[in-house]
Design a protein around this ligand. Structure first.
Ligand code: AMP
Ligand code: MG
Length: 324
């Protein structure tokens, strides 16, 4: 079954085509604000204006014709309301115009499913580290449950905000990674782990203060070492409690080589498997939406247009995992 997946929860509008076994194509465009952070309304306008071009590109790369598409999947949430509504409208239009079924999927679970498909992980604890989301997720009792998460901002958000205040445009994460490679000294920063949860706003404030007297390279290095150690700690604790012997990375921050290295070392020390998909499938992408839509549809999930209202606060653990 050929599925088109539409992603648009935040800054990226992306379309992927999945044929039930493999990903046929992926095409994406990210909104880059000229200055400042992401304004949801502006990102939504961006998505609306590029949607035609991105769908066309993904279709062309897939080698399929419009008539070959049998299911449309879209990211129903969580995310920014205006952005979600554009993706949902695009998906509904395709569904109604082509008279094919539509399935709305949970974005966080899509990161998990694509990670499993691409790496062969079977039952991992996933560290989902992205711009807006930071969660430790694993399957327990038929649902993907959140065992730990950020109490304030997402890790990527923290990196982007630090970068922005330092004159580095969005996305700041990759630039901080480059700066950190030239870091020479560790500057202590607030390490905030409470039980299984983390928070980053104290670390961000402290790091911003350091800019008056310390080198950017050393601050970047210290931000990464501190924040990634926090994430690695809670991920390891989830693995220990749940007795899971695999870890999977997902989300845009999972592109970071230092985070990969720290989590990999932790996994090796526990004798556990380490998995991380290619960076283009860690960031938000339409292929993961197509894949999860396919899994859900095959397992019997059906939605009417009325069921496709967007869900800004769609929780990972609200979905019964009927396809696993
Ligand atoms: P996502 O929200 O999953 O699409 O991921 C976007 C986030 O990932 C942004 O906050 C980026 O700054 C962050 N990001 C992307 N690449 C890297 C990297 N190499 N290191 C750290 N953060 C990154
Ligand atoms: Mg994401």
């Amino acid at each position: 079954m050929n599925v088109i997946g539409i992603e648009g929860t935040a800054h990226t509008f992306s379309v992927g085509i999945f044929n039930g076994r493999e990903i046929l194509s992926l095409s994406s465009k990210a909104f880059r604000p000229e200055k400042g952070g992401i304004h949801p309304r502006e990102a939504a306008d961006h998505h609306a204006s590029v949607s035609g071009e991105i769908i066309r590109e993904a279709m062309e790369k897939s080698g399929l014709n419009a008539e070959d598409i049998e299911l449309v999947a879209f990211s129903q949430g969580p995310g920014l309301g205006p952005c979600l509504r554009v993706a949902a409208t695009v998906a509904r239009t395709i569904s109604i115009y082509r008279n094919i079924p539509i399935v709305g999927v949970n974005h966080c679970i899509a990161h998990m499913e694509i990670g499993k498909l691409l790496t062969g992980a079977r039952d991992p604890v996933m560290l989902y580290a992205s711009g807006g989301n930071t969660q430790v997720i694993a399957l327990a009792g038929g649902r993907y449950r959140v065992f730990g998460e950020t109490m304030d901002i997402g890790i990527g958000n923290m990196l982007d905000k630090f970068a922005r205040e330092s004159g580095i445009p969005f996305p700041g994460g990759p630039e901080i990674e480059k700066l950190a490679l030239r870091g020479e000294k560790y500057l202590p920063l607030p390490y905030s782990v409470r039980g299984m949860d983390v928070s980053f706003s104290g670390l961000l404030t402290a790091a911003l203060h350091l800019r008056k007297r310390e080198r950017a390279e050393d601050i970047a290095y210290s931000i990464q070492e501190t924040a990634f150690a926090m994430l690695t700690e809670v991920t390891e604790r989830a693995m220990a409690h749940l007795e899971k012997d695999e870890v999977l990375l997902g989300g845009g921050v999972a592109c970071n080589k230092r985070l990969r290295e720290m989590v990999k070392t932790m996994a090796e020390e526990r004798g556990a498997g380490f998995h991380a998909p290619d960076c283009k499938y860690c960031v938000d992408n339409g292929a993961m939406i197509a894949l999860l839509g396919h899994r859900m549809y095959e397992a019997g999930c059906r939605m009417k247009i009325e069921d496709t209202v967007v869900r800004q606060r769609f929780r990972t653990d609200e979905v019964d995992v009927i396809w696993d």
